[in-house]
Design a protein around this ligand. Structure first.
Ligand code: ACM
Ligand code: ZN
Length: 726
């Protein structure tokens, strides 16, 4: 085999510019454009060597559907052929030479060939379905694990939808579908030995007197696994344990600590009903289940969850306490480690490797376990330091259920799965990353708009690696892909928040501006009285609610953004915050609570500042002695997400910043048990003329989630937005 590489070096008259129509994503390791096109016609023949002959039907299926020809097979390369050959080269590498006469695709394995073929498939779809620009490519992946998690438990997704996603993954050279099959809200995989798992566990009350749900029969699963295997996508099933298991316990309550009864959960969150760790029959049940799972999935890895396990039941269960005594375990974290290790040993005895979310590090990481790091990068760092493998999918970059406020295309593109501070040797244990598509708030019809185009950025992160990345140039290539996604019927969403709302308070007046990343979007706002087309920034003199809408030719974008603006004395001041807010809920940083932008009733809207276990103690320096008539702060409660109203809020004032006097305390009147996601103003109106230069708020956090709560004993969140002074 001659080296394409040498050819690349000596080629004269090649066009290496990016504007040639080779908009491949992920970006190949090396690519060079030549003059001319290869045109597929009805006489084009496909040629496979012996090793690649098993790819015949999948290649024909794809090509026939794109080109509308029935392309026949030939035995040898000649003019107007598309040749596939496995050669002695690195297993994951493929090389592609497209000339006006032929396409030659060589790879180190059939998997590499299929990845190379996806490059051709993209170019055909981006172009007219029949032409491929002449070029040469040498390409191999940066990471071996390039995954997408589909949560088919919170919302059931149909068999054909899952297959369609396998195709879309393959198109972007992604190779793992992490299939989340069991949850509190639904068990989705048929298990012969325990039929009630799907008879009962697959269905939850739909709130309208009926049932919502569904499951995959064993035949469905075999069909999907084969479909994926034909496309070189590995399906890794996730069977959640010991937590997120309420649907299973609704079917078989004897495997819980209390014996039940339970319902399949209808709410979202983290729930305290988990498998009993003191009961040997629980382990027998789980081993039986896993045995049937292993029979269905050829994957080397099985995911066992392990995340978000409230320890409350174990701490109050006689059997679990006895287990801890007998096994010499010191606390519930060690009991979790015992649980996971026991399952890990079983999987190992069946020749399978175990993956768990990063909580499996707590209480001791079982030997050989692979950690999927989701609460930041720390889990990955800790795992590789212990010599274990890690998959990286942090909430900061890889959670596609999050809104574009938190994670937009640029944020995903900026993801580097290698955490800072890991050694060269540890780096090799980071096997790759995943995008996680949790579906609490995304039933099947919403999935496309959440996954695309962000998955396309993820594919480049995981395939091309840091050195190849350039966001501007990526976006230029991406612009060609929308055509292809249209052809494939993908209902992609925005690249970023379609309308950015910004406030400026430098002039002392609250000035609002709206901008869009896409200049063709027309922005409207309704101010409660009339609707306006937005042209320029607006000064806001009185509190007002805007309903912001936007329009683009495609008519796709029909969401409305509701925003309240609140002008007040402290707009733009940087408070001195004595306690610590979370980096995940920073509301843009220090000034996030004085920017005049009110948080909505969605805790993840980017405007709420979150304090985990801590009070809010924040002081504002008004710059000079001023007369103060009202102090007010907004708080949010959503007890499912462990967020509670403050128990009390005290406002204080000072002339010198040293000696403060209390202006009053407002007690919480709403029950922490109230399950609504709601906001509440804690306002203090001051009757007498009160003057001061410094004002302070002290908002008391509930501290920990109460005993009745599913996360009893865990730190509670306190969410504040806008500390306003009038
Ligand atoms: C997770 O998001 N609970 C893994
Ligand atoms: Zn128990």
């Amino acid at each position: 085999m001659y080296s394409v590489w040498i050819l690349l070096m000596v080629c004269a008259g090649c066009d290496t510019s990016e504007n040639s129509n080779i908009a491949l994503i992920p970006k190949p390791t090396e690519q060079i454009a030549h003059q001319g096109l290869f045109k597929v016609d009805k006489n084009t023949r496909l040629v496979f060597d012996e090793t690649s002959s098993s790819l015949k039907s999948i290649v024909q299926e794809y090509l026939n559907s794109i080109t509308a020809f029935e392309l026949a097979i030939d035995s040898q390369a000649k003019d107007n052929t598309f040749c596939f050959k496995v050669s002695d080269m690195p297993q994951n590498e493929y090389r592609l030479i497209v000339s006006e006469k032929s396409i030659e695709l060589t790879g180190g394995s059939n998997q590499a060939l299929l990845n190379g073929f996806q490059s051709i498939r993209q170019l055909l779809l981006i172009n007219d379905g029949k032409t491929v620009p002449a070029m040469e490519v040498v390409d191999s992946p940066r990471f071996q694990w390039r995954g997408l998690l589909l949560d088919c438990s919170r919302h059931f997704m149909e068999k054909d939808f899952v297959k369609r996603y396998i195709d879309l993954l393959a198109l972007y050279k992604m190779n793992v579908l992490h299939w989340h099959l069991t949850e509190d809200q639904g068990w989705r995989i048929e298990i012969d030995k325990y039929p009630k798992l799907t008879e009962i566990g697959a269905w939850r009350d739909d709130g309208k007197g009926g049932k919502y749900g569904g499951f995959y029969s064993k035949d469905d699963i075999r069909e999907i696994v084969e479909y994926a295997s034909n496309r070189e996508v590995t399906i890794v099933p996730e069977i959640e344990l010991p937590g997120h298991s309420q649907a299973a316990l609704a079917a078989y309550p004897q495997f819980s600590c209390t014996g039940g009864p339970f319902e399949v959960e209808t709410d979202w969150g983290v729930f305290k009903e988990i498998y009993c760790a003191g009961n040997d029959s629980t382990f027998m049940f789980l081993e039986d289940v896993l045995e049937e799972v292993i029979e269905l999935f050829p994957s080397e890895y099985i995911h066992i969850g392990g995340d978000e396990v409230p320890k409350y039941r174990w701490e109050h269960c006689v059997k679990c306490q006895r287990r801890m005594q007998v096994a010499g375990l010191h606390d519930a974290h060690e009991l979790q480690s015992y649980f996971i290790s026991r399952i890990g040993d079983f999987l190992a005895s069946k020749g399978k490797k175990m993956i768990g979310w990063d909580e499996i590090l707590e209480g001791g990481l079982p030997d050989g376990a692979t950690v999927q790091s989701w609460r930041g990068f720390e889990g990955a760092k800790d795992a590789v330091r212990l010599g274990n493998r890690a998959i990286v999918s942090p909430t900061s970059h890889a959670y596609f259920d999050y809104g574009l406020n938190d994670i937009d295309l640029a944020k995903v593109y900026g993801f580097n799965p290698i955490p800072e501070g890991v050694s060269e040797e540890e780096r090799r244990l980071i096997i790759g990353g995943e995008a996680n598509m949790w579906s609490e708030r995304a039933p099947q019809p919403e999935i496309d708009s959440k996954v695309f185009p962000r998955l396309i950025a993820m594919s480049e992160v995981l395939w091309s690696g840091e050195e190849k990345k350039n966001f501007g140039e990526f976006r230029a290539r991406l612009s060609n892909h929308y055509r292809m996604l249209d052809k494939l019927g993908v209902h992609y969403g925005f690249e970023t928040v379609p309308v950015q709302i910004e406030t400026n308070t430098e002039s002392g007046v609250l000035e609002v501006s709206l901008t869009s990343y896409d200049s063709s979007i027309i922005i409207y706002y309704f101010d409660g009285v009339e609707s306006h087309v937005y042209h320029e920034s607006q000064e806001i003199m009185e509190p007002v609610n805007w309903a912001i809408t936007f329009e683009k030719e495609s008519g796709l974008f029909k969401d409305t953004i509701y925003q309240r603006f609140e002008p007040h004395l402290a707009n733009g001041l940087k408070p001195n915050i004595a306690t610590k807010y979370s980096a995940n809920y920073a509301a843009g940083g220090i000034g996030g609570i004085t920017d005049g932008l009110k948080g909505s009733n969605q805790f993840r809207d980017g405007k709420w500042q979150g304090y985990w276990g801590d009070d809010v103690v924040a002081t504002l320096d008004l710059g000079e002695i001023k007369s103060v008539s009202q102090l007010s702060s907004g708080f949010l409660q959503y007890n499912n997400a462990w967020i509670f109203f403050p128990t009390e809020v005290t406002y204080e004032i000072s002339t010198d910043g040293i000696k403060y006097i209390s202006l009053g305390t407002i007690l919480n009147k709403d029950s922490p048990r109230n399950k609504e996601q709601k906001t509440q103003e804690y306002s203090l109106t001051i009757d007498e003329k009160t003057e001061g230069r410094f004002v302070r708020i002290i908002a008391r956090n509930l501290g920990v989630c109460p005993d009745w709560h599913d996360a009893a004993g865990s730190k509670a969140w306190l969410f504040i937005d806008e500390f306003s002074v009038k």
